[in-house]
Design a protein around this ligand. Structure first.
Ligand code: F6R
Length: 364
């Protein structure tokens, strides 16, 4: 059942090329994104007053990538909320808004409550869900299923990638509907998205390197993940993945925010994982990495292949293929998942079933 892999998590990491392909292929028509299967038309996307994305944990991180990509391309404001916060903060949602809930299981209590709240306020709900026929899928007004197949490992991997993939399709369709990108640009972006399964496969070549880096982390008691922009979102996901299965404390921080407090935690040998794939932010992130390095940190950097750094700043580098910046999250997540996985395996812990966690959080 594990298809020759030692754990479900590793199997699911390797299933990502297929999962993404299966999720995007039926939604691309003649080279253009097409989400009409769920009843969502370009006209509707153009007319909503406001967009909310609500989810928990890893699904919320996919929502953060979605916010970034939608705002960048469609120039439309998107609010992202943790479901347990959204439901109690009396959000300003109206019947003219679209609330997008993201959930692998479709049974998460807080996400379901957020959906109910959206309905009470008269808003329409679009659900991005993996499990067919789940509560959230049944109760939403529109459903876009992710086609990752069953995810058994408690730590979510392939579900995250397909959630992101749907966010990109949504962003492209919305941007084209709003006229913020041309048809030509929309076609180009869609064609690039179709290359992602192959690029994920190529990214898997960093597996041995990730295993080696993991061997350097097993004695750590605390770790920092830093990044800016899309890299910050990914560093949040990397940090969550590592802490939930390896039990090593870790925190993700916006790189520019470090000197407002968190940098005082950095002592000799503390591992700091810098995610630095965004070209326009590279220099800034690197200067933050240099700051922690000069305080003794053990620096690990995830970056595009061929990125050059000054001598002695990076202790370890994990390179991923070069894509345009906006698409980097779809492959950058791979080394982050693999580092978390191998750190846990090397520590001899139960990768697929970490303590205190359930696959589906059906109570508040
Ligand atoms: C982390 C993880 C959780 C889930 C979260 C939401 O690896 O699996 O953070 O992402 O509990 O679950 P769903 O997507 O089922 O609503």
């Amino acid at each position: 059942e594990k298809g020759g892999y030692e754990h479900f998590m590793l199997k699911e990491i390797h299933e990502q090329p297929t999962a993404v392909k299966t999720t995007i292929s039926p939604r691309i028509n003649n080279g253009m994104p097409d989400l009409s299967e769920c009843g969502l038309t370009p006209e509707m996307l153009k007319n909503y007053r406001k967009f909310f994305i609500v989810a928990c944990g890893t699904a919320m991180h996919a929502g953060m990538v979605g916010k970034y990509v939608i705002e960048k391309l469609a120039r439309t404001e998107v609010t992202v909320d943790i479901a347990s916060e959204f439901r109690y903060r009396d959000p300003i949602v109206t019947s003219e808004d679209l609330v997008i809930v993201i959930s692998q299981s479709g049974e998460t209590a807080d996400t379901k409550a957020a959906l109910h709240l959206a309905h009470e306020k008269g808003a329409k709900v679009l659900a991005v869900v993996n499990v067919k026929g789940s509560s959230i899928a049944r109760e939403a007004d529109m459903v876009l299923y992710t086609h990752a197949g069953p995810e058994i490992s408690v730590a979510s991997t392939k579900a995250f990638s397909v959630q992101m993939a749907v966010m990109y399709l949504l962003a492209y369709e919305m941007a084209y509907a709003k006229g913020t990108i041309t048809e030509e640009e929309c076609r180009r972006l869609t064609a690039e998205l179709q290359k992602i399964p192959e690029m994920i496969e190529k990214t898997m070549e960093c597996e041995d390197r990730c295993k080696y880096v993991a061997s350097k982390l097993i004695t750590a008691t605390s770790l920092l993940y830093i990044g800016r922009g899309l890299d910050y979102t990914l560093s949040m996901e990397g940090s969550l993945k590592l802490k939930e299965i390896s039990y090593i404390h870790s925190e993700s921080y916006a790189a520019g925010e470090l000197k407002h407090g968190t940098i005082s935690l950095v002592t000799d040998g503390m591992p700091v994982i810098g995610v630095a794939t965004q070209s326009d932010l590279l220099e800034k992130t690197v200067s933050n990495i240099m700051e922690v390095k000069s305080r003794g940190a053990f620096t690990i950097t995830v970056c595009k292949e061929g990125t050059e750094f000054s001598e002695g700043v990076m202790d370890e580098v994990i390179e991923v293929p070069v894509l345009e910046d906006i698409l980097m999250p779809l492959i950058t997540v791979i080394p982050l998942q693999l580092v978390a996985y191998y750190t846990t395996v090397l520590k001899g812990l139960n990768v697929d079933k970490p303590r205190n966690l359930a696959k589906s959080v059906t109570v508040e």
